[in-house]
Ligand binder design. Structure first.
Ligand code: ADP
Ligand code: MG
Length: 862
């Protein structure tokens, strides 16, 4: 830090002068484009054919109304998708790009949009550079300029770094020279393309599903067509029938309802501190069977405190105090009086090394602590304050910095000291030991001591120093100074969250760069593993990988704690888990975690601690970095999936019922039971209110007492098939009975259709209630927990009865008023569907658990 930076007032003034540091937003789907996209679906094509058929047959009213319905449906779909998109954009703003700058003489992290020319910016690996920078100072600095030029290059002092490019390695500082539209990338005007949005897998599956239905319809229509033709029926009647069948079979409301369900899930997840970057990740998180989590910061609070120190002369010290508080005395083990650095030279040397190989910033003002940087580095600064050593730093000027990168496992610096140039190194014990010449006996002592500290859950770092300068970081012949043990408390809610995962049969693994014994101890406290389990290390994994893939898979399958793992190995672990059929959620924060995050089914990155690169590669971002938020997200994801199933059930079973009704009518040579327009009305208007309402169903409470569904489980599993078939048969058969008996009793065709349509509307209302739970009785589901659905039912009835009395509409739909007693009889008839479904649910519960009869616990996880 070689500057005081701008004052906040000056920065504010410059911001007003130059404007926000942002580029014009890439053009998202506009309302009009979304509207046009709506017409790209099998359903619409079929309806368009229907319109043409009606025109050919001269049925202008039908053609007109089908077109109106088509437009209305597209409009509703557009509005729903547009608002979902807006909500997603708003959420994306909750994860802003950040930059570390110096303001008022202190490093602070600011939203990159508030960068101004003249700002002093500090860059480190993983940053997406927020502005064009004149570099003044750099250490092993590398930038990936592919956003601009397509190559990755090293950039050194006195060069420039450009907005939009990525820091892949090292550190640099410099002055902002251009922001916003004045940057190179702003000048290119052409915006960085984030890639084309591919259709999410869920949507693809639904598309396939609709396509298959469309094919099935064509076959059924062809059959019925030939059948009626052989009978010598009127050709235009047959066409009409075909259109009606097509309309009934296609679940028109499905895409819109799914979008709504996902959007609701997205909002609920945001409340649980999970920001969704890709809408479909909502559903993916619900299906995850394996969560692979970082340790530091996700399972722990990332507040490192040095608790113990062990010197090479075997003196041992205890350090009091916690977190950033600068009071806390240091005692030598077994001595009553606190020590001072004047009498303990080894302690002084060790602490000084920890202060020199350090990138953090810590200033105690009377009113406020200014802390910035890595937790490990800050812990050393706190120790420096406790031992009153920080003033020593004035006698040292830094010549070279070898910044900490997680794949290296250490940090170092070369400084000019009163005794001449000096190398200071701190880092992982094994790493630092290789840089020192140690006797076998000493090595053993160090390893024993490390093991002891790690066994107590401490993170252990070793420190070493030596005289001289260094060109590269391949140090040798250093003097080993000692070990430091840092505690980093577990997050208090992490243990509970791990327990919830166990209940939900989701496997949890810890993946860390830390020491295997430290990792194992913490994992045991978290109950991720039991007393007898072991950790597997990165080098064991790479040995196994060198042997063969199946050996690697075996190691991954039999362990839950992965320690001393290199970032690139995270990706291999992810791939292995996927090979073994897991549906993997993987967390990550560093620059090298991006491939693993992209590869996992659900990539999760950290909002606070994570780098820009990690956040850009993830599909979810945790705003509080907390493991338990992932678990809350999983519940929301499961709710969304269940609700999508409910919507599909409602739509498909009513569609199937309509087809069944038609097939029966054709078989018994009756006239067409419902006109195409009537079916459209039924499917889109009266049913359309309810399918979307099902997307609002709250948690059933058993989301966490059930195992995750198998990644390959089809939406149409046995339960779904049974329920669809049974309810379609009941509805189709009864509706046919009503239609046939009415005709038999001499009622006119039009009146018979009127009754049949009313019955179908009632069926769908009853069925909307049935759809609320797949196995719980409606008597158990809290009746008012989804007011939107109840309202939807009233609205559906209201609209339909209203239409009977609305002149133009009732003519087009061929409706006429039904008296109250008939309505009541129809309602009672429709209730049969409710009874049948309740009986099926009961039988399903018995089958799932014959001993109890009522196996589905309604225990809500707290
Ligand atoms: P984690 O998975 O817990 O985040 P890291 O990859 O950050 O683990 O750390 C791995 C090892 O690197 C640590 O055990 C420690 O020895 C070393 N280390 C971590 N942070 C620093 C740092 N700031 N300076 C030097 N060494 C560090
Ligand atoms: Mg770390």
């Amino acid at each position: 830090m070689t500057t005081q930076g701008l004052s906040s007032e000056k920065a504010q003034a410059l911001l007003t002068e130059y404007g926000e540091n942002c580029l014009p937003k890439p053009s998202r789907n506009s309302f009009v484009r979304l509207f046009i996209i709506q017409f790209r679906s099998a359903f619409i094509y079929v309806l368009l054919v229907a319109v043409v058929v009606c025109l050919i047959l001269g049925q202008l009213i039908n053609a007109f109304f089908i077109s109106v319905v088509l437009l209305l449906n597209a409009l509703i779909g557009t509005i729903q998708e547009y608002s979902a998109q807006q909500a997603a954009d708003a959420l994306a703003d909750m994860v802003p790009q950040q930059s570390r700058v110096i303001r008022d003489n202190h490093p602070v992290v600011v939203d990159s949009r508030s960068l101004v020319p003249g700002d002093w910016i500090m860059l480190s690996s993983g940053d997406r550079i927020g502005a064009d920078i004149d570099l003044r100072q750099s250490s092993q600095f590398q930038v990936d300029e592919s956003a601009l030029t397509g190559e990755s290059i090293s950039v050194s002092n006195k060069e420039q770094a450009f907005a939009g490019t990525l820091v892949t390695h090292g550190r640099a500082e410099g002055e902002v020279i251009a922001t916003g539209i004045n940057t190179q990338i702003g000048q290119i005007a052409k915006l960085v393309h984030q890639g084309v949005d591919t259709k999410p897998p869920l949507m693809q599956r639904i598309d396939q599903f609709t396509l298959r239905i469309a094919i099935a319809i064509v076959i059924i229509i062809a059959l019925i067509f030939s059948l009626t033709l052989i009978r010598g029926a009127d050709l235009s009647d047959v066409f009409l029938l075909g259109v009606a069948l097509a309309v009934s079979a296609i679940p028109e409301g499905l895409p819109a309802a799914i979008t709504v369900a996902l959007a609701i899930g997205m909002k609920r997840m945001a409340k649980a501190n999970v920001i969704v970057r890709k809408l479909v990740a909502v559903e993916s998180l619900g299906s995850c069977t394996f969560i692979a989590s970082d340790k530091t910061g996700t399972l722990t609070v990332n507040e490192m405190t040095i608790g113990q120190i062990w010197l090479a002369n075997e003196h041992k010290y205890h350090v009091a105090g916690e977190g950033l508080a600068q009071n806390g005395l240091v005692h030598r083990h077994g001595h009553g009086v606190p020590v001072t650095v004047e009498e303990e030279l080894g302690l002084k040397q060790l602490t000084l090394v920890g202060l020199l190989a350090n990138e953090a910033h810590l200033v105690y003002n009377t009113d406020k602590i200014h802390a910035d940087g890595d937790g490990v580095d800050l812990a050393f600064l706190v120790l420096g304050h406790k031992l009153r050593l920080t003033s020593e730093l004035e006698n040292h000027t830094q010549l070279t910095l070898f910044p900490y990168e997680s794949e290296k496992g250490f940090s170092a610096s070369v400084n000019n000291s009163p005794l001449g140039p000096q190398i200071s190194v701190k880092g992982a014990v094994e790493k630092v030991m290789t840089m020192c010449s140690l006797s076998e006996e000493m090595s053993q002592k160090i390893l024993d001591q490390t093991h002891w500290m790690a066994r107590h859950g401490y993170r252990v770092l070793a420190l070493a120093h030596g005289a001289g300068t260094a060109e590269s970081d391949a140090f040798t012949g250093l003097e080993f100074l000692g070990l430091v043990a840092m505690s980093d408390p577990l997050r208090h809610d992490a243990i509970e969250a791990v327990a919830s995962c166990r209940q939900a049969q989701i496997k949890v693994a810890m993946i860390t760069g830390d020491h295997p014994v430290t990792a194992l101890t913490l994992s045991q406290q978290l109950k991720i593993v039991s007393e007898h389990d072991k950790a597997v290390t990165g080098s064991e994994l790479s040995q196994a990988m060198a042997l063969n893939e199946s050996e690697f898979d075996r190691l991954v399958a039999t362990h839950r704690v992965f320690a001393r793992v290199k970032p690139e190995q995270k990706m291999e672990i992810t791939q292995s888990l996927i090979r073994q059929g897991e549906f993997v959620a993987m967390t990550g924060d560093g620059v090298n975690d991006a491939p693993a995050l992209k590869h996992a089914h659900v990539g999760i990155s950290m909002g606070l601690r994570g780098t820009d690169v990690a956040r850009e590669s993830a599909s979810l971002v945790l705003t509080d970095d907390n493991f338990s938020s992932i678990v809350k997200g999983v519940i929301e994801g499961r709710i969304v999936y269940n609700n999508i199933r409910k919507v599909i059930f409602l739509l498909v079973s009513t569609g199937a019922a309509e087809i069944f009704l038609f097939i029966l009518s054709v078989l018994f040579a009756l006239p067409i039971p419902l006109f195409p327009l009537q079916i459209l009305w039924l499917n889109l208007v009266t049913n359309g209110v309810q399918d979307v309402a099902l997307a609002f169903e709250p948690a059933e409470g058993n989301e966490f007492s059930q195992p995750p569904r198998a990644p390959k489980e089809p939406i149409f599993d046995r339960l779904m098939l049974e329920r669809v078939c049974i309810s379609a048969l009941v509805m189709g058969l009864i509706a046919f009975g009503l239609f046939a008996i009415s005709l038999q009793m001499g009622v006119s065709e039009e009146a018979a259709r009127n009754l049949t349509l009313m019955l179908m509307v009632l069926f769908e209302n009853v069925h909307a209630l049935n759809s609320r739970s797949e196995h719980r009785s409606l008597f158990v589901v809290p009746f008012f927990s989804n007011p939107i659905l109840l309202l939807g039912i009233f609205v559906a009835q209201g609209i339909h009865i209203g239409a009977m009395y609305t002149p133009g509409l009732s003519d087009a739909l061929q409706l006429s008023p039904i008296n109250f007693s008939h309505w009541l009889i129809l309602l009672a008839t429709a209730s049969v569907l409710f009874i049948v479904d309740e009986v099926h649910k009961k039988r399903w519960r018995m089958r799932a658990n014959p001993n109890l009869g009522e196996p589905i616990t309604d225990r809500r996880p707290e």
